[in-house]
Design a binder for this molecule. Structure first.
Ligand SMILES: *Cc1c(COP(=O)(O)O)cnc(C)c1O
Length: 345
């Protein structure tokens, strides 16, 4: 297998069609056979449910080249499970979890030439998506759906080193109590674009959302969970009493890494925003960047500064990030079942 002629180091986080996508249709009450396609477009009825009532959910994971040259995916079974949960909440038929993992295997193997080499910092981003193709005019669930997986090579999230970002506490809300904040649905992003643009105009990288019922507790940013380190070196992980935080796979993995591999104490609990002043490190976690360090959180005219205002990632976040990226690159031994090898001819 010959790799594509790409300047891997110059890739950004943008879409570049590869050779194959995976596609499978649901109709007459059952998922079809599914398979690879070289067609990267979708043709829809103007009355498709996705266009009117937004029945759609998605996932995001990556394929990596390890030090020994094999291609691996990180915990795709958790993406399968989460997508089934998202689908159920939106009254869509879950794509069977074993078939999800198999489809990821197939589409990554078929695009092996697009998986960036070890050490390039780049990865192959894998984006499963499911949406209503069946026609609806009255408000009800559709009777036909499509599940697809596209892949695209993406560059290192941080070019030229990791600089701590400044985020602001949003005056908008992300998720209602017991709403859809805990599923990965496009609808949670559509309404976040306006506050995102507003935050950018004011010079902030992201919005930190508080619980929308009381505006007291820290929830997450638009697309990443939040982690803190307290003065005793404990990892403090915000929990939602109203089930409105997205269950990040990176966050759950970092909690295991901290507890089981680094021997750290981990506290998962609701975190009031007024406690954040006492924490020493802050980071955002998700598949895209693993951990992005937060240097400052601005709330009105109040500013919380982390890691002593240093222009680099704090020591605890650095250890966590290095351990998890080591697991993904095959240089640190992975816990059982975390790494799925993709057989390539
Ligand atoms: C995808 C996502 C995350 C990060 O989840 P990972 O599984 O770690 O990539 C966090 N918050 C939101 C709102 C998300 O959509």
């Amino acid at each position: 297998m010959e790799k594509k002629d790409i300047d891997w180091g110059e890739l950004t986080f943008s879409y570049q069609p590869c050779d194959y996508s995976y596609v499978c249709d649901y109709e007459n009450g059952a998922w079809g056979e599914g398979g690879l396609t070289a067609d990267h477009t979708v043709t829809l009825s103007e009355c498709a449910g996705i266009l009117h009532y937004c029945q759609e959910c998605f996932e995001g994971l990556k394929a990596y080249t390890t030090e020994d040259g094999s291609i691996v995916c990180f915990r795709p079974d958790l993406n399968a499970r989460r997508m089934a949960d998202s689908a159920e909440r939106l009254v869509m038929p879950p794509f069977p979890e074993d078939r999800f993992v198999d489809a990821v295997r197939q589409v990554v193997a078929a695009n092996a030439a697009w998986v960036p080499p070890f050490g390039s910092g780049a990865t192959l981003y894998v984006r499963p998506v499911m949406f209503a193709t069946g026609e609806v005019i009255g408000v009800r669930p559709a009777d036909r759906y499509q599940f697809r997986i596209l892949v695209t090579p993406v560059g290192p999230y941080f070019k030229g080193g990791v600089k701590p970002i400044t985020i602001c506490v949003s005056e908008y809300d992300r998720a209602a109590p017991h709403g859809t904040g805990n599923i990965k649905a496009g609808l949670n992003y559509a309404m976040s674009l306006y506050p995102y643009e507003k935050a950018h105009e004011r010079g902030f990288s992201e919005n930190l959302y508080l619980d929308s019922a009381t505006r007291t507790y820290v929830e997450e940013t638009g697309g990443a969970n939040v982690l803190f380190v307290d003065g005793e070196g404990r990892l403090v992980v915000p929990q939602s009493a109203t089930d409105s935080i997205l269950p990040s796979i990176t966050r759950r993995s970092l909690v295991s890494v901290a507890r089981d591999m680094l021997g750290m104490e981990v506290v998962e609990r609701p975190v009031r925003f007024d406690e954040v002043d006492g924490f020493v490190e802050c980071g955002l976690c998700g598949t895209a960047a693993v951990i992005s360090p937060v240097g400052r959180i601005v709330a009105g005219d109040h500013e919380v500064v982390f890691n002593g205002g240093a222009d680099e990632m704090g020591p605890v976040m650095t250890r966590l990030r290095d351990t998890l990226t080591g697991i993904q690159a095959g240089t640190v031994e992975a816990p059982e079942g975390w790494i799925v090898r993709i057989p390539v001819e």
